[in-house]
Design a protein around this ligand. Sequence first.
Ligand code: ZN
Length: 453
Amino acid sequence: MLYSPLYRKFLFPFYDRVIKRRNIYNYYRQISPRAWLPLEELRRLQQEKLRRLVAYSARQVPFYERLFAGKGIDIDRVDSIDILRKAGISLTKEMVRAAGDDLLSREFDKARLHSNATSGSTGDPVTCYMTYDNWCMKVAGKKRTEDWVGKPVGTRTTMIWGHKSRPSLRMRMKYALYWKFQNYQFLSAFNIGEESLLDYVEKIKRHRSRFIESYVTVVYLMAQAIVKHRVTPPRLDGILIGAERLFDFQKERIEDAFQCPVFNRYGSSEFMSIASECKEQQGLHINVDNLWVEVVDDQDRPVVGEPGHIVITDLENKALPFIRYRIGDLGIMSAESCSCGRTFPLLQDVVGRAADTFKTEDGREIHEMFFIWKLDRMPGVRKFQVVQKSLKEAQVNVEEDGTLSREKISAFIVEKLEELTSQGVSISVNYLDQIPLTKVGKMKFFISEISRS
Ligand SMILES: [Zn+2]
């Protein structure tokens, strides 16, 4: 296995600095040690970066020019996020969409910026912009977090992910070479069934990957196929997942089948890597050197140890400054520090998209987690999915495992969802051979078909 150290020590720095003339490697070297800085030093770094970001945005970004002036902010003295919070400053996806180019800095030419659309899980994607240099720093940040789980740059890895539909042959060859150069094997997460998952297991073994990177659903389905067909799992050091919430029952089953740890990560298109687990798995270390992450209650007050809305300030993105951005996820801020010794604070959990709720006639919203708590590990059921058809109708899609009669399963579901029936919601159970995944291979436990207001 000589390629990994060769790639890490020579090929990667050479490719990055000399051939691509970019800064990923330099940033990676520069920011990696920060995870051990004393907390006070990190706070000072954040404060200084925030002060500069606000002063810059107030002068270069039309949206903030107006916003800060309207709120009477002393733009050269904002060294704490509390000042902005108390002034009632926050940014939502709707505001980002409405502001359009007013949120972009005058300093940069939009056409030359790196752009990234958020996934449209809530229907309306937001396009975010960053400078190429800032993108390099974000990629470096992601590489740093992979070190935390014992996956240094160049580690043999299989990535199972979505991709752009039908690239040309030339592009396909280019990608294939690029992945191979990085010591990666790329497999498509599109249209996966049991047969292709078992085929993937063999491909992972042949590739001698030490890690898998994929969506939760993909590895979860693969774990089920491994158990069902009694296949020997590949010998892995770990599985890195992202882009979907990882539930405890999934983590347990994946770890059982693959006999290796599953590492949780939290990221988004706007910020790329936000927080990641280390080997100790006591929470997700937040990249606080570049992001100021808050968890707040409905009244915008900070909360620790209980779920709240995640609010993020990107301290490095000057092209499109995200200042107190309500990303739409719920999370729990931890008061504990990690035994690994890294000082980056921990998110105890990321609970899920705040937008995914079941709405009732009297205006209540039931978080999708409710359905997991109620219906998980239900006898006779392999997979389930709750679909809100209207304010008065819910449909539960079920894939059976054949161990229980349909009458019993249906009765069980109706009984478990008493909280809905007591609100006058009727429940129908729909038996399917296969619950369809989303286009990119993700499983959704809850889908709302009523318009979001
Ligand atoms: Zn740690």
